[in-house]
Design a protein around this ligand. Structure first.
Ligand SMILES: [Zn+2]
Length: 408
């Protein structure tokens, strides 16, 4: 089997705990997947990734699965080079599961002078302005060369906000492209670099439900994709600036329509309490650049201390979006979190770890005072240590949810 999904427990809320079995190993779900854009989770070496995060019982299992971005690896170093190096796992020396996106999101968000036709997208590289063309077939061809365990269909990412008609037109194109992606994948999946080495296993291609912020279009998209029968389904086009209630509603409406026995993946979310909430609703996989990107800006996630809800609402310590998340979390009585800015003077002589409840290698060893010094002095180690802690915070959050769901 190239993919097997076994659900061991399901809660009344819809959340489930399970195991996703992939060619490069097993993944306990629900899972948060760190983003390794250019075949690297920025600033964190692979052996360290293998030691971040715990399992349901608090045993260190490390990062279970990471993402890489097709658009970036296609442009540099090139997918054919990665294929010649044995695929992305061997190239980056990461023998655990991986997932690649289709490149669509970056084509639509990073590149210039895009021209979309029914056939595909012509775009210019954000690196050197060179001209390229991605069709569903080419995106899948590139993803087969990279060889992640899970590949994604190529879809159009509609700008937001978009009208119902514009969203519906785009969705129609996305469905046609999903069918073409699948057709190409089925004909070429044996070309993955590790096909023989792993006993004839192949990658798995997931479909992506679109439909913007319109429940009726989400329904149509989910039904259409389920007819095409993918081994897993992503919910795309969310967390693009819409209010959180809308994100939640679109996820809830879509989950109802997706097969319960297949993995469900929400792309590009979110804050710690969001990933927790969506996991409890029945989302099995999520990814987001937030923990690593925030870390490189000196912003560290940690659990809130008793009575701290008031202090985090101060406008000088936290941005508007954090206030919203923290407040909504405390309203519903969930354990909340704080994003601290390690640059602040108040940490200059603070002997405590970032988070007294965190058991990560950074919190076990270093003080806030030292981390502040490193960051203020622009030492590269600051970015690594900050990233390790934030990733641990996310992975441990999911481990906690998995443990709770396993008891359901
Ligand atoms: Zn920590």
């Amino acid at each position: 089997m190239s993919l097997a999904f076994e659900i061991s427990a399901a809660a009344a809320s819809g959340g489930r705990s399970g195991v996703l079995r992939l060619p490069h190993g097993d993944v306990q779900t629900p899972v948060f997947m760190p983003v390794g854009t250019q075949a690297t989770v920025k600033t964190v070496p692979q052996d360290v990734l293998e030691r971040i995060g715990t399992d349901d019982a608090g045993v260190e299992i490390g990062t279970q699965i990471i993402l890489a971005n097709t658009y970036h690896l296609y442009l540099r170093p090139g997918h054919e080079l990665v294929r010649r190096m044995g695929g992305v796992h061997r190239f980056m020396s990461w023998q655990r599961p991986m997932l690649t996106d289709s490149g669509g999101f970056q084509v639509f968000s990073l590149s210039q002078l895009r021209k979309v036709t029914d056939d595909g997208v012509e775009f210019r590289s954000h690196l050197d302005g060179s001209k390229h063309f991605f069709s569903p077939e080419h995106s899948v061809e590139v993803q087969i060369a990279l060889g992640a365990d899970i590949a994604m269909v190529f879809d159009e990412c509609v700008e937001t906000p978009a009208t119902w008609q514009r969203t519906r037109d785009s969705m129609g194109l996305t469905h046609a492209w999903a069918a073409r992606s699948k057709q190409y994948f089925d004909a070429h999946k044996h070309e993955v670099p590790w096909h023989a080495e792993l006993g004839g296993k192949t990658q798995s291609l997931f479909g992506i439900v679109q439909g913007g912020m319109y429940a009726d279009l989400r329904r149509e998209s989910a039904e259409r994709l389920v007819e095409m029968d993918f081994p897993g389904y992503a919910i795309g086009g969310l967390a693009v600036g819409e209010p959180r209630e809308v994100t939640r509603e679109m996820i809830a409406r879509t989950l109802e329509l997706l097969p319960k026995d297949k993995p469900r993946y929400v792309m590009g979310v979110g804050y710690p309490d969001e990933i927790e909430e969506y996991a409890r609703m029945g989302v099995d996989m999520m990814d987001c650049v937030l923990p690593t990107r925030a870390a490189r800006h000196g912003l560290l996630f940690r659990s809130a201390e008793v009575g701290e809800e008031l202090s985090i609402a101060k406008p000088d310590t936290v941005e508007a979006s954090d206030q919203a998340s923290a407040e909504s979390a405390s309203e519903t009585g969930r354990k909340t979190w704080v994003r601290m800015n390690i640059k602040r003077t108040e940490y200059a002589e603070d002997q405590r770890p970032i988070d007294e409840r965190c058991s990560c290698m950074v919190c076990k060893r270093y003080t806030r005072a030292y981390l502040r010094h490193l960051f203020v002095a622009k030492e590269p180690l600051a970015l690594t240590l900050n990233s390790i802690h934030n990733l641990s915070f996310y992975l441990d959050t999911m481990a906690r949810v998995r443990a709770e769901l396993a008891k359901a």
